[in-house]
Design a protein around this ligand. Structure first.
Ligand SMILES: Cc1cc2nc3c(=O)[nH]c(=O)nc-3n(C[C@H](O)[C@H](O)[C@H](O)COP(=O)(O)OP(=O)(O)OC[C@H]3O[C@@H](n4cnc5c(N)ncnc54)[C@H](O)[C@@H]3O)c2cc1C
Length: 468
């Protein structure tokens, strides 16, 4: 009997379950042949951390939903690698969650159990190298971050509103606009800087970012969790399970490998989105829209952006952030290597570059985290990682090892941010004013900060007005 590849069968099943009769629709003056027309209370754009949370919450509240996701799985920055040889899972993206009632309830809802986890590096001994030269930084000893963190916490406590969003007072306090490097010097927080730099990976060179962004990412709940050892992860150390479970709940309401072709939010009763899916165009009639994707103009082709939306979104700059695994690094299996600058301000690593190479508990594989102030090509990042790994001098290193990038994920665009001048001039007041306009609610990293637990709390605050 002739057999069909599973993706063909899956596509057929999807067509049959969604209806295969084609019809047409006209949106924004264009004519589309559509395989299906659906009506939903809420269409969620992006099935990452916030989009999945929003979809589950809204579905549980009795709303019909559709999720438009451009790749083939939910979870966004949550990437769990399962080693084929050992079966060991490694969370290369989102690793830890806050111990809050909202997080506990969400995981319980999706039947995924949690356990405590430290953030100390898993037992490997850490050596410090300047990755520009590969040399061991023998004169560098990390300082005890505790006094700096306490002083940082005292400053942070003056601005409680940064913890919940971008609802800032105007004029915006000068210290929030100060570059974080200058802020650290102003309040003598140097001892905490390497720790904060390491935690806020992905934000690029935090010394040059307005302090506001660092406060939001490294906020009071992070300080609490560090002090109490209260971080959580999934019991099986496979954070992808949360999204597999969510996918089972959402079923065929998730449109994978799908993108917006065009959108019209001017209708009286609903917005219309034409979505390109693997099984043809789908016309979605949406009473409301939850927007969760990076709001960069080059990611918004087909969106009917208003003048205001365009003016705001085009101001976002973004950092680049890349993760994965290097095989055959030559670094001994009991050693992790952290990048520092032997002669840089705060001994911060020079970016673009590796933050470090860490053990994951699988012999021959190390985790890499690589960051930069802007998007870089995957080819450049891979080549830079390999060159830096080769250069590294580490006691016991196998110098003849030929490293290779075994797993690579681009998390770019990552941190979306604007200049201190824009913040001062009311950028976020205007951004917040978009909420609920044109049937659209905005959430996700750019609208709060890159922390899943905090984003779920932020999204939760929007739920009543989406439900209203
Ligand atoms: C390496 C790494 C480690 C991290 N570690 C942690 C951690 O330990 N704990 C923590 O809380 N947070 C962590 N974060 C941050 C956390 O992942 C983010 O804050 C969170 O995922 C942001 O959620 P989001 O929904 O805004 O974006 P995402 O999770 O990225 O979701 C966006 C989704 O939209 C999709 N999409 C994008 N563009 C389009 C489009 N045009 N059309 C349709 N779909 C689109 C994407 O494919 C993606 O699925 C980490 C991030 C990274 C990169």
């Amino acid at each position: 009997m002739k057999s069909f590849p599973s993706f063909v069968l899956a596509s057929l099943a999807a067509i049959l379950s969604r209806g295969y009769a084609t019809s047409t629709c006209d949106v924004n003056g264009k004519h589309y042949q559509v395989a299906d027309t659906i009506s939903r209370d809420v269409c969620v754009i992006g099935g990452g951390s916030t989009g999945t949370y929003a979809a589950i919450r809204l579905k549980d509240a009795g709303k019909s939903v559709a999720v438009i996701e451009k790749v083939d799985q939910l979870g966004g920055h949550t990437q769990t690698y399962i080693d084929p040889a050992t079966g060991v899972p490694v969370n290369l993206g989102v690793a830890v969650f806050h111990n809050t009632s909202l997080v506990l309830e969400y995981f319980a809802r999706l039947n995924v159990s949690l356990t405590s986890i430290g953030i100390s590096g898993g037992g490997a001994s850490i050596v410090y190298n300047d990755f520009r030269t590969g040399l061991i930084a023998s004169n560098y000893t990390p300082s005890n971050p505790a006094p700096g963190l306490a002083a940082y916490g005292a400053q942070l406590a003056k601005y409680p509103y940064v913890e919940t969003g971008f609802d800032l007072p105007y004029p915006v306090p000068e210290d929030l606009l100060l570059s974080f490097g200058d802020f650290v010097e102003k309040y003598s927080l140097q001892s905490a800087m390497p720790f904060i730099y390491g935690f806020a990976q992905g934000l690029g060179d935090i010394s040059s970012l307005p302090t506001l962004y660092v406060f939001k990412n490294f906020g009071s709940d992070i300080l609490r969790l560090i002090a109490t050892g209260g971080f959580l992860t999934t019991t099986l150390h496979n954070n992808g399970l949360l999204y597999q479970s969510a996918q089972a709940v959402l079923g065929k309401d998730v449109y994978f490998n799908s993108t917006v072709m065009t959108m019209d939010r001017s209708g009286r009763d609903h917005a219309t989105i034409v979505v390109k899916t693997p099984t043809g165009m789908v016309e979605m009639q949406c009473k409301k829209i939850v927007f969760t994707i990076p709001p960069k103009l080059n990611n918004l082709h087909g969106f009917d952006l208003s003048h205001n939306e365009t003016k705001l979104f085009q101001k976002f700059k973004n950092t680049g952030y890349y993760t994965g695994l290097v095989r055959n690094s030559g670094i001994p299996d009991n050693t992790s290597v952290t990048n520092i600058g032997a002669d840089t301000r705060f001994n911060s690593p020079t970016l673009p570059g590796l933050y470090g190479l860490s053990q994951v508990g699988i012999p021959g594989l190390v985790d890499f985290k690589y960051g930069g102030a802007s998007s870089l090509s995957d080819a450049f990042v891979k080549q830079d990682i390999l060159a830096a790994t080769k250069r590294l001098q580490v006691v016991g290193k196998n110098e003849s090892a030929e490293p290779e990038v075994a797993v690579f994920y681009s998390h770019t665009p990552f941190e979306c941010h604007v200049s201190a001048e824009e913040i001062k001039n009311g950028f976020y007041k205007k951004l917040i004013a978009l909420q609920g306009q044109r049937r659209t609610w905005y959430t996700g990293g750019a609208f709060h900060t890159h922390d899943s637990s905090l984003l779920w709390a932020f999204t939760e605050e929007l739920i009543p007005s989406i439900l209203a």
